[in-house]
Design a protein around this ligand. Structure first.
Ligand code: ADP
Ligand code: ADP
Ligand code: MG
Length: 669
């Protein structure tokens, strides 16, 4: 095997990535005394990773292929800044053998395996063939060269339905379709191929038996250039949506000690088959009893922090040390497993709207303090822009405790105390997911989220009197703070009382609900709030970063509030509430949402037209497929009618709000 690889001590590291992973790598590199160089696209001029690095180089336009995926530009950026090594992070060029090779040719240390190891393990088909030879258990399936329809159909029939059709070059859960019966096979192959071609430039497919009630179990491994290879226990990532991990934990709560030892040994065997150097992950799917190899990821993984928290190892530091050519500092029996860690991926997306990505400016970004078992790996701050060009993951909240139950509690608390506003995030969904009884009892499989979706995305509760009082206190506190911006005198109660008794009426609305009037009386003794026919005595502390204490009729409770213009986001003991403060003077008109128009919800690429002009459409019939932020979104007929006009063609890059098709409603008869 080609071992062409540089290992040497370096002092300047270029991080060929963005977002949380770039920030994460910069932190460890800096702690080791390295100089760090960031790269960025035109959309990321003000991004956090650019601000964190010692130097930063503009690669090019926003589109990934013009910037973060542009090998020549990344290599040139390293040359310009005197960087001697490149860390690829995950995604982007991290599993690109051509890039690893280009680094080698340019005399740069690539922090990762050699191009040859990547090529051997990069394709799912190739790696399965290798594992078969090495005696690692595989899912029954077809991973041969021949790709004609007849061969694939014959293979699927032989394996037996349900099967999973997978892009050999796939990643991020893309280019994959579960097929329940022979009649669905050819459509599934066509659409998986289309997705794979667009995403990976390679539409070769493999077919696997679809494991029933599947669980995802993977093993962290790391090898050095001295022939040492270690496993750092396993992670379980069974909570997935569309084959993408959402919550990950370590160790797996499903395996017993014997199974744990077996899966780690199988992973070491798999990595040893390519004399692996660097950090990597061997992924398995399990039916709860046996584990079967599915793929290897030749890079650092999104969920690596849970492994760090149970082992105390800084994996990025170890990656850099192995790239220096050092030997791994510990032996296998020195890798101890301590406690339990769990991670949740925070995405800019709307679970209520089929997880549609959300873009825009982050107006508020507040996270609880780290430490005491809580870790937050973020790539964004207040004021940052979430653009439609890249993956929508914003941050990871990670918690550690001696027990699984403790770690779940801590994670939920961390999520509850995280407020991100301006864009929509999946944080409430993550809270519902980690606290779900089936998650707590580990009665899950990879289909769990899909089955429980309605429950997990249930609308929030209705704001009650407590929330309305909290809304008033938040507004008054906010006005106070504005008024006292210069004077620094702290105040403890409703200190804004002018002379004489006063009364103020405020109106709030939640969603499309009715307006609720609340009356505040103050100026004569204890302020009171009237909601409906009830009066409450109210007191509040001054607000700090984390919120304020609200005392209602003698009971004190914590409230966190974010106010953006007339929008109030409250977190009370009853959960999260979004309220609109109805301005009595402003003309309050409902924004007309163009739900009857077929428009691009976000900038994207048209990848398929699914109906022809003139076609008669049922309500909900698919019209076209748009790829938005690496996700396919099918736009459908808003009502029954005739497809009057298609205003786009496959391959068009369309901006947000652009009308893509016109449907004429069927005449009401
Ligand atoms: P992990 O197994 O580390 O969780 P994922 O498969 O979820 O990794 O992918 C990690 C990140 O890289 C995600 O943001 C995903 O969208 C992205 N990604 C994965 N594979 C590819 C690929 N081949 N091309 C582009 N992006 C990818
Ligand atoms: P990717 O490169 O997109 O991560 P994987 O092959 O790792 O692709 O598969 C993604 C997810 O799909 C896995 O984490 C697992 O949950 C599920 N999966 C993969 N193969 C199978 C299978 N044969 N049976 C059931 N589920 C599977
Ligand atoms: Mg995978």
């Amino acid at each position: 095997m080609d071992r062409a690889k540089l290992y040497r001590r370096f002092r300047t590291l270029l991080i060929a990535n963005r977002g949380e992973i770039a920030c994460r790598v910069i932190r460890s590199a800096r702690a080791m005394g390295l100089r760090t160089v960031a790269v960025y696209s035109e959309a990321d001029r003000d991004a956090m990773h650019v601000a964190l690095a010692d130097e930063a180089v503009l690669l090019g336009p926003a589109r990934a292929r013009d910037s973060y995926l542009n090998i020549e530009r990344v290599i040139a950026a390293a040359r310009e800044t005197g960087a001697e090594a490149v860390h690829p992070g995950y995604g982007f060029l991290s599993e690109n053998a051509e890039f690893a090779n280009a680094c080698f040719e340019a005399g740069l240390v690539f922090v990762g395996p050699t191009a040859a190891m990547m090529t051997a393990m990069g394709s799912k088909s190739g790696s399965k063939a290798l594992m078969e030879t090495a005696g690692v258990p595989l899912v029954p399936g077809y991973h041969g060269e021949a790709q004609d329809d007849a061969t694939l159909a014959e293979a699927a029939n032989r394996i037996g339905f349900p099967v999973l059709v997978k892009a050999s070059a796939g990643g991020g859960g893309r280019g994959m379709r579960v097929v329940k019966s022979a009649s669905e096979l050819s459509d599934a192959i066509v659409s998986a191929k289309r997705e794979a071609k667009a995403a990976f430039g390679d539409d070769r497919m493999l077919i696997e038996k679809y494991v029933q009630n599947p669980r995802h179990i993977e093993v962290q491994i790391i090898g050095d250039s001295h022939g040492n290879l270690l496993s750092l226990w396993e992670r379980e990532c069974t909570l997935q949506r569309r084959h993408q991990k959402v919550i990950e934990e370590a160790p797996s709560p499903t395996l017993n000690a014997t199974q744990r030892e077996a899966v780690c040994a199988a992973a070491r065997k798999a990595a040893a088959a390519v004399s692996y150097v660097g950090a990597g992950t061997i992924e398995f799917v399990s039916d709860g009893k046996d584990v079967f190899f599915i793929e290897m990821n030749t890079r650092l993984q999104v969920e690596h922090p849970v492994t760090e928290l149970i082992t105390g190892v800084d994996l990025v530091e170890w990656q850099l040390r192995t790239a220096f050519g050092e030997a791994l500092p510990l032996k296998q029996d020195e890798i101890k497993l301590n406690g339990h860690a769990i991670e949740a991926r925070v995405y800019a997306e709307n679970p209520q709207k089929n997880f549609m990505p959300s873009v825009g400016k982050i107006k508020t970004w507040r996270t609880p303090p780290e430490g005491d078992g809580l870790r937050i790996d973020a790539g964004y701050r207040s004021g940052d822009q979430v653009s439609p060009y890249y993956d929508a993951m914003l941050a990871k909240v990670i918690a550690w405790a001696p027990t699984r139950e403790g770690a779940i509690e801590k994670l939920n608390r961390g999520l509850e105390e995280t407020d991100v506003r301006g864009i929509v995030t999946n944080i409430p969904f993550l809270s519902a997911l980690v606290t779900h009884p089936s998650t707590r009892s580990n009665a899950i499989d990879t289909g769990f989220i899909e089955r429980e979706l309605t429950k997990l995305t249930a609308e929030k509760g209705e704001a009650g009197a407590f929330e309305l009082c909290a809304a008033i206190a938040a507004i008054v506190n906010d006005e106070q703070r504005a008024a006292r911006a210069e004077a620094h005198s702290p105040w403890q109660t409703f200190g804004w009382m002018p002379v004489g008794r006063r009364q103020r009426v405020l109106s709030f609305r939640q969603g499309h609900g009715a307006e609720q009037k609340v009356t505040l009386r103050y100026g004569g003794g204890v302020p009171t709030v009237s909601v409906g026919d009830r009066d409450y005595a109210l007191a509040t502390s001054a607000s700090d970063e984390a919120g304020f204490d609200l005392t209602l009729d003698g009971t004190k409770s914590r409230v966190a509030a974010v106010i953006e213009g007339h929008e109030l986001y409250l977190r009370t003991r009853n959960g999260r509430f979004d309220l609109h403060w109805v301005d009595p003077f402003g003309g309050e008109t409902e924004e007309q949402v163009g739900e009857d128009k077929i428009v691009a919800p976000l900038p994207g690429t048209v990848v398929a037209l699914l109906a022809e002009e003139g076609a008669t459409l049922e309500k909900g019939a698919p019209i076209l497929t748009l790829e938005v932020m690496k996700m396919e979104q099918t736009l459908r007929a808003p009502y029954a009618g005739v497809l009057k006009k298609l205003k786009c063609k496959v391959g068009d890059i369309v901006g947000e709000g652009v009308e893509l098709a016109e449907v004429e409603p069927a005449a009401a008869s």
